[in-house]
Design a protein around this ligand. Structure first.
Ligand code: AFP
Length: 333
């Protein structure tokens, strides 16, 4: 029995729920096709000369990798002619990308981190793509930055791809989280997990320990308790993972539970965190909550935040519900 392809799944969703319009279905199909193209480029690695620096910088002031630029271009080109978008925004671009006048426009705003985990590209560790979908405000034909500044609760769809041993697309349309694995021979994504649930408890945490001296006291307390293991107040041992590709850490948490933390730290007091709210934290928070987990800054629910800037950063604590709630309780203690 052939597996259910992404196309079949989306058509089923469209007829079963009103949440998936034909334009939203088209959007997901187009993004999935772009993700396949990015996967091909990532998979070629050194053979295609796509490793290393691009020699340019992005709005974050970070040196861009060649694959950052390639992935960004693939997503822009794939999405600008289909008539499903009003505009796009990317980690790699200062300002929103308007749909060229020669193309029809649609009702959605697409935001993405085209290649998450760039620092892992040259060492052949899993990287990925993260995307978020909002509705364009009514009556806005030329969206500007302010039209993107909607809280995460307004997302109609979110997803990410992990380019690992297999290429997996994780998707939520607001009614559960589902994973699709790329069948490279057929060239199609096939449903491999439906209605993923994150265990409410865990014994695995993910954080960049090298920042320990910069953490705020509630985070320091929480991690010290994990490290104390069964000899401490938690009464059980914990394991640690840190891939430095959020897509890989979140995918693992969807599979077996865990807590991922990139908390506010004092390394750069001007920055409230490292990760970007609009195209990293919000889509991942939507997915994690849809899978029964929780996503907080430590002080408030990520999805409730009212954005003030397109590229603003935020502290992130997400994953197994009971652990995220414990961290939040330490912040309010
Ligand atoms: P890059 O895309 O610049 O590699 O950043 C990846 C990331 O945004 C996220 O995917 C990781 O969880 C986190 O940063 C890794 O941060 P550190 O390099 O400080 O560990």
């Amino acid at each position: 029995m052939p597996g259910i392809t992404l196309t079949r799944f989306l058509i089923d969703q469209q007829y079963q729920t009103q949440a998936v319009s034909s334009d939203l279905r088209l959007l997901v199909e187009v993004v999935a096709r772009a993700i396949k193209a990015i996967s091909v480029n990532v998979g070629k690695g050194a053979l295609a000369g796509v490793l290393g620096e691009a020699g340019t910088g992005n709005v974050q002031g970070e040196a861009q990798k060649k694959l950052d630029v390639i992935a960004n271009e693939i997503l822009l080109e794939a999405n600008e002619w289909g008539g499903h978008l009003a505009a796009m925004a990317s980690e790699e671009m200062d300002d929103p990308h308007a749909i060229p006048h020669r193309y029809p426009k649609g009702e959605f705003l697409l935001l993405f981190d085209p290649l998450d985990g760039s620092s892992n590209i040259d060492v052949n560790v899993s990287v990925g793509t993260i995307f978020s979908v909002l509705r364009c405000p009514d009556g806005v034909s030329l969206p500007t930055e302010k039209d993107f500044l909607q809280p995460g609760t307004k997302q109609v769809c979110a997803g990410f791809a992990v380019f690992g041993p297999s290429t997996v697309l994780v998707l939520t349309l607001g009614n559960g989280v589902h994973a699709f694995t790329l069948d490279r021979e057929m060239g199609s994504f096939v449903l491999t997990q439906a209605n993923i649930r994150i265990p409410e408890d865990t014994q695995e945490f993910a954080i960049n320990m090298s920042n320990m001296r910069f953490w705020e006291p509630p985070v320091k307390r929480y991690v010290d308790e994990l490290l104390a293991g069964k000899t401490g107040v938690r009464g059980k041992d914990f394991n640690m993972r840190w891939v430095a590709s959020m897509v890989a850490d979140v995918y693992r948490i969807l599979q077996r539970g865990g807590i991922f933390m990139y908390p506010r730290d004092l390394k750069d007091p001007k920055k409230p965190g490292r990760l970007r709210l609009m195209y990293e934290a919000n889509p991942m928070a939507f997915i994690v909550e849809q899978a029964g987990g929780a996503a907080s800054t430590g002080r408030e629910r990520i999805l409730d935040l009212q954005p003030t800037e397109l590229h603003q950063r935020v502290a992130v604590v997400l994953g197994s519900k009971n652990e995220v709630e414990r961290v939040a309780s330490y912040h309010s203690a």
